[in-house]
Design a binder for this molecule. Structure first.
Ligand code: AKB
Length: 320
């Protein structure tokens, strides 16, 4: 039976991963750790306060729960990393190295570390970017994600620790509001539309970025984690994405459901980050090696997001 530790468990990906693991891995022990945990314990999981930089606390947690697998999600995302690159280096690089070292020493069987489209940098052709395209990022987040990939490969080769990773595009979800990335505008736009408020977008209207709906992102993580190791030609850097769109295309799609919705555009420093990232990804290796293909089209994602956010709003109104 698996005993699974999630770091950064109450962020955007972790919140959905807890739900996905509960559904797909019944019987597994799920230990959700984060620097801050919800006051009200979530049912069916263990909640642990853990600063991922504290290797001794990490070691104790692994040992106490006899952890067999770690999803290492604790990370400072792109926009926050540019505001505090030293903190980002510490959490994204130093703590990732510490986690891999501790996982190896404590005989954890496997570690999954999501990477990001941020590994790519300016100077490449930005369309249908494959995993073999050189990764020369100019942001601290991108540098840290490339380093995480390289460290994962190193620990796999040198120590036989089974480390795997996907390069995520922008992720769209309704469970948690992301606040530290460059692709977060998409979730913010949905939320404002459902609240009946206008939205001021921090990216130019024509900024194309690869994106994916969270249920597909969860499927990709679980499929990669369960994939036969012999089939993995590329351990740490599987591109996954579903579609690409720009803010103006998303606004138009939302307006088909909520006609009065208004969006204005005021690009800020996050535009520079987005301009260095791919416009679209080639995800064919994930399909070839472990059969991943996303289920949600752009239109299906937009409808599902709006109906889920409307349901959440309704529940909140009823609770008042
Ligand atoms: C971000 O915008 O920083 C993240 C990412 C693409 O990794 N969503």
């Amino acid at each position: 039976m698996e005993n699974i530790l999630i770091t950064g468990a109450f962020g955007q990906v972790g919140t959905d991963l807890i739900l996905a693991l509960k559904e797909n891995k019944p019987g597994a022990t799920i230990v959700a750790s984060d620097i801050r945990i919800p006051e009200k314990p979530k049912p069916g999981i263990q909640q642990v306060v853990l600063d991922v930089r504290d290797q001794e606390e990490l070691r104790k947690t692994i040992s106490r729960y006899n952890i067999t697998k770690i999803y290492h999600l604790a990370s400072i995302l792109s926009a926050s990393a540019e505001k505090d690159p030293f903190l980002a280096y510490d959490i994204n690089i130093n703590a990732t190295f510490g986690l891999l070292k501790t996982a190896y020493k404590e005989h954890v069987r496997s570690v999954i570390i999501p990477s990001s489209i941020a590994v790519y940098g300016p100077g490449i052709s930005r369309d249908m970017v494959g995993s073999g395209v050189p990764t020369v990022p100019q942001t601290m987040y991108g540098i840290s994600k490339v380093t995480g990939e390289l460290l994962g490969n190193y620990f796999s080769m040198k120590f036989g620790l089974d480390v795997r990773g996907v390069r995520f595009p922008g992720l769209i979800s309704y469970e948690t509001v992301p606040t530290a990335g460059t692709t977060d505008y998409a979730v913010e736009m949905f939320i404002k539309a459902v609240e009946g408020k206008p939205y001021s977008c921090y990216l130019r209207p024509d900024t194309f970025l690869p994106m994916m709906y969270m249920p597909d992102a969860m499927t990709s993580l679980l499929m990669l984690s369960d994939a036969d190791s012999g089939r993995l030609k590329n351990r740490m850097s599987y591109n996954v994405a579903a579609y690409s769109f720009s803010p103006e295309q998303l606004a138009a799609a939302i307006k088909r459901h909520i006609p009065g919705f208004e969006v204005s555009y005021n690009a800020d420093e996050r535009q520079n980050i987005a301009d260095g990232w791919p416009r679209s990804l080639d995800s064919s290796e994930a399909m070839r090696d472990w059969g991943f293909s996303p289920q949600y089209t752009f239109d299906a994602m937009v409808s599902d997001m709006i109906s889920n956010l409307q349901a959440i709003k309704g529940r909140r109104q009823n609770a008042v």
